[in-house]
Design a protein. Sequence first.
Lengths: 91, 516
Amino acid sequence: MTEYVSPFDERVRPAQPLAQRPGQISGLRITLLDISKNRGAEFLDRIETLLQAAGAITARETKEIFSKPAALDLIDHITKVSDAVVEALAD
Amino acid sequence: MVAEQHIRSGLGGLAPELSVSGLTAQPETIRSLAAGGCALLLFVNEECPTSALAMRRLGPLCQGWESAGLSCTAVFEDPLEVAIRVARRNGWTGRVVSQPPPYQTSRAYGLISVPAAFLIDRAGQITGSVTGWDQPAIAQLIQRAAAITGTTLASPEPAEPLRKPGCSSKSALDPDIAAAMNASTNSDEIEEMFERGWTDGLPVVPPTADRVERMLGSYPGATSLGAVPPAMGEATMERLAACAVLAGCRPEYFPVVVAAAKAALDSRFNLHGQAVTTQPAGQLIVVNGPVRHELAMNSGMGALGPGNRANLTIGRALRLMVELTGGGMPGTLDRSTLGHMGKIGFCIAENEEISPWEPLHVERGFAPEQSAVTLIGSDAPLSISDHRSRTPEDLAYILAWAAASSWSTNWWPLAEPSVFIICPEHAEMFRAHGWTKRRLREFMFDAVHKPARDLRRGETTPFVHRSDGGAEVRKWASPEAIILLVAGGEAGRYSAVLGPCTGMGFEIVSAEVEPR
């Protein structure tokens, strides 16, 4: 049988488990992360209104650029001050 | 219960140890597999459709089972590389191990046919088994596992067919017949590459171990150049060499491929963004220095077209690394709306000998006698015909305004690089009049501007919206956004502009081509 070298990285990596979902919104500190995509802020405005109406305490943060991961400092900050985060992805 | 009749319960024996190879450095043992509570072994082989059915039905559940304490392992009666491919094709998300002929592990478990599932508890006892595909029996086996682990475990859906007979285990065959079955039955290697998914859609050169070894030469195969986005597969030199073989490279091209991969994986290049964007962006490789001649690259007639093996295959090797090792295949993680032909391969050698200017790599800090590649995220070429300009000013004006609609008609200014490939006859016009690269770049930058009010139709930039209506807005944010190269045949007045890849925040990255 011919032996080939695969171009794929064949390692089977376990899926990352999803973070636990909060049971309720009221009283939660929720950060809304704008990734700097066109009109993402408008979408977040609407989500923020709905979250506040449901009793959440909201904060807004913005990624420097949509095409790169958020800075580690920003991720650290969000995890320290938030119970949950909403990220607006598309334009 | 009918299902109960199909479960062989309480076999009353310790599970035999595995004599297998896998992807982990440490060999899998029954104790380690059952450490979380219990272990499920699913014996399968490539030729068996019922094995495929079992993997398709159980594979998606494995991750959930693993986190609840039931490990999940497919034990193949096939070589490991075949096992990995078949497991991936069938959506198996658990472990994959392989046993060679004469299939001692299958024999130790007394297999007659596959698929065969065995449930083993923490003490190493076989607590149940199911042969063939039998959904009710498998569901009962899983619930037995749930009772052992004290957790809730999802069972496979009761979809048709509920039951399907298995196929003969290779361990139960006459050794000669088993050996014959294990031999390659695929007489067409090229078609096999398509079947494996090791292609960009065009035929490839099969990356046999011998070819990859020749491609690698003295490079250490295990050395990694880093993770290739978007799926972050590890770019070991061996995998990169496999991509170079698949692309059709000769071994002497490999140092250029390595340099291109290093530059592409530099975080400043933001390959991740470029690989997944809906934009058409390809990764242009510009080759400079003596290596162009050493590899007989084409910087002359048809420099961006067909005909030269080095130009075409070096660019293709880099793209195969992104598509295969990095998982950036169109329709999966590559979300490009249209793409462009440069995403198959996009490599050009600069015609330094005919250029009136310093070559690109010298502009970027290399010595002329060094060889280097420069990576630029880039749109497809737009040809610019000019046969009648008689002054460098007129020609520069025509070249610059041809790019006025690149990226989008009213999207001004562009901060990202637009690459102009100046053909030799056009370059000669600038040489004859003593124009430096800098002068041409600044002239083009100054030439293309419009009042903001004329750009306020359809999509435009926030900058245009913020500007006064009468304010002049330039096409480019700075002269440095205009990259100038010289290439092409000596006859014909056709230059080209390659529009930018925008919004990626990427930098142009160069890397030296280091000799082996």
